[in-house]
Design a protein around this ligand. Sequence first.
Ligand code: GDP
Ligand code: MG
Length: 443
Amino acid sequence: MESYDTDDIIYALATPWAQSALAVIRVSGEGCKTMLANYFSPAKALLQAKNATLVHGFITEGKDGKKLDEVVAAVYTAGHGYTMEESVEFTCHGSLPGLQAILASFKRIGLRPAQGGEFTFRAFLHGRMDLTQAEAVQELVAAQSPRSQAMALSRLEGTLRDRISGAKEELLVVLASVEVQLDYAEDELDEFVFPLERLRGVETSLSLLASTYKVGRLYGQGARVVLAGATNAGKSSLFNLLLKQQRSIVSSVKGTTRDYIEADCSIEGIPIRLYDTAGLRESADSIEVEGIKKTEQLIGQADLVVYLVDSTDDARFPEPDAKTLLVYNKSDLAKAPKGSLSISAQTGEGIVALAHAMAERLREGVQATGDEQIIIESERQHLLLLQAREAIERAIALVERDIPLDIVAAELNEAMQNLGELTGEVTPADILQKIFSGFCVGK
Ligand SMILES: Nc1nc2c(ncn2[C@@H]2O[C@H](COP(=O)(O)OP(=O)(O)O)[C@@H](O)[C@H]2O)c(=O)[nH]1
Ligand SMILES: [Mg+2]
């Protein structure tokens, strides 16, 4: 992947490549208004447009040239708009031939097609947002559940950025007092009292934030749920029933019944990837053996296994572990043991309770803490929060053991470094590139 250039004019279709009523093409970079005015009618209207104004007109192939589309251009001058660069956003008709002609024309006149994440990268570079907000843009676009969409929107507004800034300020106060102490010989100052409570406050705040990762991940990235059990237990019936009942937002079914089938749905707001697997039983059939191997692999990677038992059969089944939900099927034919989860994949009896039990099991131990509205879902952020917290814990331990202050200061600086990486102030260029180039619209 090439590294981003930041002083040329870039363009991209910001909406999906598909027939639609409207489509948006973005252009950003110094001088783009003047450049585009040569291919716009009325040219003067675009040239003279003030910041954040709309201009109605036509994109053309050149002065007096062929009209390519009738559009509305939203114009931003430097220091404004999404990228904080001079930029124009064309709302065009969502006609594929029309869009193709415009995009080809923009390329021909020397604009550069933007790479993934490049507009947001420029927005970040120009101080429009910090790294947590830039990441929130991608998380917002990619959100699979209303809850994760709301959490991303809150981070985009800067709630996470502000929380981290607050922690950094506190840390800085502690560091400053330590450094003053280090700058003067001990006997020159009154007895130094380390601001331990202040440091513990920062530690608590970072701990709380890090602990929200489990919730954020559950609602953001969702969970893998595997339907397992003997052949004929009713796995495929349950699979179909769950998909129908839970109104899958996206449903991508692939694979074969011999292997496994997967589909996406949502249960109580948790995005679920559901797997229907081959029956777990002894077999000599080589294709089936392969299927069973796959099933075992899927179970290994699952967040939750719904193990179906045929109530009409006294089949053996595994001792349920923490991630296995034992469910008795065919309640219409036979009674399940008392107190067990019992359903009929045929009549639908007990399915709502099962879906709830699945959601409850997935949420176990991942409840958000009280008023904590800021929830993180990025593994990168989680890791840096943990590292910062650990450095602070080490600093606290050193202070408690009366270890010299310069060693304490080194740990505090380490924590500052971690938090600076989190918000993007001191994030290495290659990591930035990796983060932004992972951004994309649609799939
Ligand atoms: N009566 C009854 N039959 C069921 C129920 N669930 C599944 N079946 C039947 O059991 C057979 C095996 O079901 P299937 O879903 O293919 O099981 P799988 O092999 O585990 O995928 C089919 O004939 C289903 O119609 C149920 O709850 N009640
Ligand atoms: Mg089946």
